[in-house]
Design a protein around this ligand. Structure first.
Ligand SMILES: Cc1cc2nc3c(=O)[nH]c(=O)nc-3n(C[C@H](O)[C@H](O)[C@H](O)COP(=O)(O)OP(=O)(O)OC[C@H]3O[C@@H](n4cnc5c(N)ncnc54)[C@H](O)[C@@H]3O)c2cc1C
Length: 358
């Protein structure tokens, strides 16, 4: 009898786990989106519409034996996954890979390809029309978004505000923070660290309409477009009682070193959803999916299980097509040129290959 595996979520982790098990199990990948969305490149796509179509990679070539089901898991228990359509999938093994959800720029909130592409075109048009942009949160997303806007629309005022005193929580060598600060300055981005707004703008994020806000220090900032570049959440309402017991207060799921959900032998969780102690990245989601798939294979075929080794802190940030900086302990410091060389294509061919899209 072939073991049945259900992978819930077809993002950076889910597609790797599903494909890795396709030859050894009967795999079903459940995903509400029409195509894989390469979110890592979505800020470039908002600034440069030539990128919009490239973000959407079809699932058609992902699995040779298994299938991708366009549906949403509404209740997952060990052994069974219930879908919004009313279908129930039996599962000897489950891989949870439901990642992060949120409004742009955290994710694109439309499950259909055309609607998501339209949303990006509207965003581009809003950015084009705006006379000043305020970004709240100078984490990885806020920094990259500021760089993209400033590079695409030179001279458009962009202000990036964060209550933290240090860039990226001070967890990287000073060289990285200095390079990012200098490049943002060269691009004309105003970076206000250690600054908190008295109240958020009184217009909806993403709408082009003039507003003013005041910082705790009393400075008045004006702009006509703003985005919150923080605050994604990990969806977990679909977890049945047994699995919800492993949910931590922040919504993430506790996993063992083998990436099994705590207390469960045959349910694994990978990517942004789990509590693996490392930066939440697509790179980590993919590596975790490889380990979870290897462990399911070992349980099916017999063999030792593998422990997952979290990545040490590393980050590579683009600031527009020709700028950016990065640091990873295994590679050292990346200057703007090395960043553009490494990340300029957003590894599009790699991800297309991973999805069997040539
Ligand atoms: C702008 C931006 C830039 C980034 N840059 C980088 C970068 O340069 N390098 C890097 O490594 N990482 C980067 N990241 C982070 C990276 O995108 C995430 O860490 C990664 O997406 C996590 O992968 P995942 O598989 O856990 O979840 P996701 O990729 O979020 O995928 C989860 C999937 O699950 C689906 N899903 C949710 N709920 C259900 C349900 N109930 N049933 C079925 N399916 C469901 C969703 O539709 C989604 O497709 C970036 C993120 C953003 C937003």
């Amino acid at each position: 009898m072939t073991s049945k595996v259900v992978v819930v979520g077809g993002g950076y982790g889910g597609v790797v786990a599903a494909r890795a098990l396709d030859d050894v199990a009967d795999v079903t990948l459940v995903e509400p989106r029409e195509t894989f969305v390469h979110h890592v490149a979505q800020l470039r796509a908002a600034a440069d519409p030539a990128w919009i179509d490239k973000l959407f990679i079809p699932y058609d070539g992902l699995l040779a034996r298994g299938r991708v089901r366009r549906d949403t898991a509404v209740e997952v228990r060990p052994g069974a996954v219930e879908l919004a359509s009313g279908v129930r999938l039996d599962a000897d093994y489950v891989v949870l890979a439901t990642g992060t959800t949120g409004d742009f720029p955290t994710r694109i909130d439309a499950p259909g390809r055309d609607a998501a592409a339209r949303r990006l075109r509207d965003l581009h048009e809003s950015l084009d029309r705006a006379t000043g942009v305020l970004l709240l949160g100078a984490g990885a997303i806020g920094l990259e978004f500021a760089g993209e806007i400033a590079a695409a629309w030179p001279g458009k005022p962009v202000t990036l505000v964060d209550p933290a005193a240090e860039l990226l929580g001070g967890r990287f060598p000073d060289e990285l923070g200095s390079a990012l600060t200098r490049q943002l300055d060269d691009l004309g981005v105003r970076l206000l660290l250690g600054a908190k707004l008295d109240a958020p703008p009184d217009i909806p994020a993403g709408a082009v309409r003039p507003f003013t806000v005041t910082t705790g220090e009393g400075e008045v900032l004006t702009a006509d477009l703003w985005f919150a570049c923080y605050g994604g959440t990990t969806p977990s309402a679909y977890l049945g009682e047994e699995l919800a017991a492993a949910r931590r207060p922040d919504g993430r799921l506790a996993v063992t070193s083998q990436l099994r959900v705590a207390g469960h032998e045959r349910v694994f969780a990978v990517g942004d959803l789990n509590d693996s102690p490392e930066l939440k990245t697509g790179r980590a989601a993919g590596r975790q999916a490889e380990v979870a798939a290897a462990n399911i294979r070992a349980l099916i075929e017999g063999g030792p299980l593998t422990a997952y080794e979290p990545f040490p802190d590393g980050i590579i940030l683009t600031l527009g097509p020709s700028g950016g900086a990065g640091y990873a302990p295994e590679f050292g410091f990346f200057d703007a040129e090395a960043t553009a060389r490494f990340k300029g294509t957003f590894l599009l061919d790699h991800f297309r290959g991973q999805l069997g899209a040539g």
